[in-house]
Design a protein around this ligand. Structure first.
Ligand code: PHE
Length: 447
């Protein structure tokens, strides 16, 4: 018998889904993507995407997972016997490896900043020095690879000792704390001299600043942030109880995730303008801005430590859910024991993450369309893999899956009203596929 990760309570399952969704995608990637894409208009498209594609695709993954209580491959086989839809699982596996690959490099940066914060070396510098601090970190292959590997070792140690549940429990306390801390930081940022400029950047939709590439980025960001498109939530929802309201849970995940992203934006952008940092700085943005925020707060030392610790835990619950995709697959489809599956996944991840960590230094000559390997992984994961995965999921549940199953899952066999059903089906059948296909065709120059 292979052992699957189980959740003792309903709260356990939903907390795990929130734990998967809330992570570096919200705190690190959302502000940098918003910055690169001109702010307000990007955020508007992002929120629109959550409503018409994000929530429907979360629900679709929940429907697939809970109706079969299986991993993606077994689920698709069971739901569509004799058909080849299950081949899509391989895209999910590939996508999840790519996400963990670049994501763990950023987790490594978080540990470095946690370490620097603990040493008290994060304060007393100018914005220029914070810029140089980050540059010298990523230029140093040993440091970069070292922290990345340390993070992965921690991640897989947690998984191999079967203490994910312990981590879930810890993060159930940590998540609300992260939320409260973000609010405190937001208030602090709003009192900064550049606050109004930051808020205007964030909330005033200047559509002339948004390109079609930006729209694609907003879609990709929404999918990455919600953990959808690579079957992560299929695995988690396969443990949901049959009396859980899927709609309610999908909305909770989406709302909490979006709130954390917006709060991160409100924390970062007033400071960006106050310190004179370029909003288009990209992946380095929060690392240049955060130390400056902490240092001008009373008790900055403790705030910095606490913040990086919380972000570390938020990232860990995301990487655990990511690693679970290939691990469950190897266990249930290839009949590997859990330790073996973890070993293989750890090995592949280690190689990918090391390459990603080296792409800022030793391998920085390797570029495609001006992007280094890290940037390519970052881009491909969300803008290609997760979006295509989302497209498949939407089309599958909207057009192919038996409507009775959809109805049963939404209404828990007729016990709930399932008012979202027509909206869900409309979004899955038309809005999501048309938007995703349109943006791909437009950007590849076909239309
Ligand atoms: N949603 C996570 C984050 O925002 C990343 C993630 C993507 C986790 C896909 C699982 C699956 O940090």
């Amino acid at each position: 018998m292979t052992r699957r990760v189980g959740f003792a309570t309903r709260l356990g399952a939903i907390a795990a889904a929130v734990g998967s969704a809330v992570g570096l995608g919200n705190i690190w990637r959302f502000p940098y993507e918003a910055g690169v894409n001109g702010g307000g208009a990007f955020i508007l498209v992002y929120i629109g995407c959550i409503l018409v594609m994000g929530i429907p695709v979360i629900l679709s993954e929940f429907i697939i997972g809970r109706s079969t209580h299986s991993n993606m491959k077994a689920a698709l086989r069971q739901l569509s016997p004799g058909k080849k839809y299950y081949l899509f699982t391989y895209i999910c596996i590939l996508g999840s490896f790519i996400v963990i690959g670049f994501y763990s490099v950023v987790c490594g940066w978080i540990i470095e900043y946690l370490y620097q914060a603990a040493l008290g070396q994060l304060s007393g510098h100018s914005p220029q020095e914070y810029n140089e601090m980050f540059t010298s970190l990523v230029a140093n292959p040993w440091r970069c690879v070292g922290w990345t590997v340390l993070f992965l070792v921690l991640n897989f140690m947690v998984m191999s000792r079967g203490i994910e549940k312990g981590i879930e429990r810890v993060s159930r306390t940590m998540m609300p704390l992260l939320f409260v801390i973000l609010i405190i930081f937001c208030i602090n940022s709003l009192l900064m001299p550049g606050a109004s400029k930051g808020l205007k950047f964030l909330f005033y939709p200047d559509f002339s600043a948004l390109t079609m590439r930006g729209v694609l980025d907003a879609f990709g960001q929404a999918f990455l942030s919600l953990s959808i498109g690579i079957s992560c939530l299929v695995t988690y929802s396969s443990y949901f109880k049959d009396d859980t309201s899927l709609t309610k849970d999908a909305v909770i995940v989406a709302v909490l995730d979006t709130l954390v992203a917006i709060l991160s934006g409100v924390m970062i952008f007033p400071a960006v303008f106050s310190f004179g940092v370029e909003p288009t700085a990209g992946p380095r943005l929060i690392f240049e801005v955060l130390p400056g925020i902490f240092q001008q707060m009373t008790g900055g030392y403790v705030w910095a430590l606490l913040f990086f610790l919380l972000v570390f835990f938020a990232s860990l619950t995301s990487t655990i859910s990511l690693s679970e995709i290939p691990i469950t697959f190897l266990m249930e489809e290839r009949k590997l024991s859990r330790p073996h599956a973890i070993g293989w996944v750890a090995l592949i991840t280690l190689v990918l993450a090391t390459v990603a960590a080296l792409s800022f230094n030793v391998l920085d000559d390797i570029k495609l369309w001006g992007k280094n390997i890290f940037d390519m992984m970052d881009y491909a994961a969300s803008n290609i893999f997760m979006l295509l995965g989302g497209l498949f999921t939407a089309v599958y549940v909207g057009w192919i899956l038996d409507r009775k199953i959809v109805h049963d899952q939404l209404t828990n066999g007729g016990r709930l009203k399932g008012m979202m059903e027509p909206y869900l089906i409309f979004c899955l059948r038309y809005v999501a596929p048309v938007s995703i296909i349109f943006i791909f065709l437009y950007l590849t120059g076909i239309i």
